[in-house]
Design a protein around this ligand. Structure first.
Ligand SMILES: Nc1ncnc2c1ncn2[C@@H]1O[C@H](COP(=O)(O)OP(=O)(O)OP(=O)(O)O)[C@@H](O)[C@H]1O
Ligand SMILES: [Mg+2]
Length: 273
């Protein structure tokens, strides 16, 4: 599980989306993350892989400014966690997680789920829509292929339609960093392939925010993603440029079983060896 660190930019480098130096998170006396040193540049697209309980969600909640590290130094979009108003930082990070998705009311129509993102992120409600916000929401719904569902209530959507709505919502604030926790969980094969293609399109857009996508499955890594972080039991197994980091050896060490890894047409696949 050797983890050789290349020369890293300074933790407070303003051009970094995420910068962590020896970060630990301890909850109820248990170390959920240990010695996490990580840099995400604004033009990078990262996948975070690891088994259940590895600490992936804990890590991205830090990166989204939703919680503070117990030890170590962490900057998100140039702001030091622990010294920053997290409410302001949150508007600059688009986040989609299962926990946030559960808080979306089932009787809310899709357009409102998307357009209200900026308000709920800062815990504030407004009476009327800004036309510019509505126009942006329409564009994002079209991009994520939920435009035809704009008037439907969220509770009536399929799992795939919900995931795409959540991503449109996460993009609504025009974030500098977009973090998606298991966006393909619960999708059927067609839904997964559609989502992977849409994320590949976001990854290829030079104006898109820095991207961090959590998954359990290498099959869900969109073409065009540039970096990988492999996590096991709260520690980094390997992190860096995708093709150097995502190897059969590193993946086997991460998931704790011997794995074969293949790569074809920009897509990875893994199975027990
Ligand atoms: N507040 C807490 N107190 C104690 N343990 C916690 C707390 N929150 C999370 N954990 C534990 O920390 C570990 C890491 O949790 P986390 O949700 O970050 O894992 P994960 O990699 O996202 O897993 P999954 O793939 O199942 O989503 C788990 O064992 C979890 O039970
Ligand atoms: Mg998780």
């Amino acid at each position: 599980m050797a983890h050789d660190l290349p020369a890293l930019p300074a933790v407070d480098d303003p051009d970094l989306a995420v910068a962590a130096d020896r970060v630990a998170v301890v909850r109820s006396g248990q170390a959920l993350l240990r010695e996490i040193t990580w840099r995400v540049e604004l033009d990078e697209r990262w996948v975070v892989l690891g088994p259940n309980g590895a600490g992936k969600t804990t890590l991205i909640n830090l990166a989204a400014g939703r919680s503070h590290p117990t030890r170590g130094t962490m900057y998100v979009l140039g702001e030091r966690l622990g010294r920053t108003d997290l409410n302001e930082l949150r508007t600059r990070v688009g986040l989609s997680t299962a926990a946030l998705a559960e808080s979306i009311p089932g009787d809310e129509i899709v357009r409102n789920v998307v357009v209200t993102a900026a308000w709920s992120v800062v815990g504030r409600w407004r009476e009327s829509y800004d036309p510019a916000d509505l126009a942006r929401a329409e564009g994002l719904m079209a991009q994520l292929n939920v435009g035809h569902l704009a008037e439907r209530t969220y509770g009536t959507l399929s799992e795939g339609e919900r995931k795409r709505t959540q991503i449109a919502r996460a993009l609504m604030t025009d974030p500098e960093l977009l973090i998606l926790d298991e966006p393909a969980a619960g999708l059927d094969l067609g839904g997964r392939e559609d989502l992977v293609a849409r994320l590949a399109a976001v990854a290829a857009d030079p104006d898109a925010p820095a991207l961090v996508v959590v998954t359990h499955h290498v099959e869900e890594i969109p073409p065009g993603f540039t970096h990988a972080l492999l996590l096991r039991q709260g520690e980094i197994v390997a992190a860096g440029v995708l093709e150097e980091t995502l190897t059969a050896d590193n993946l086997s060490a991460t998931f704790g079983l011997p794995l074969k890894l293949s790569y074809e047409d920009g897509r990875f696949a893994a199975r027990a060896s």
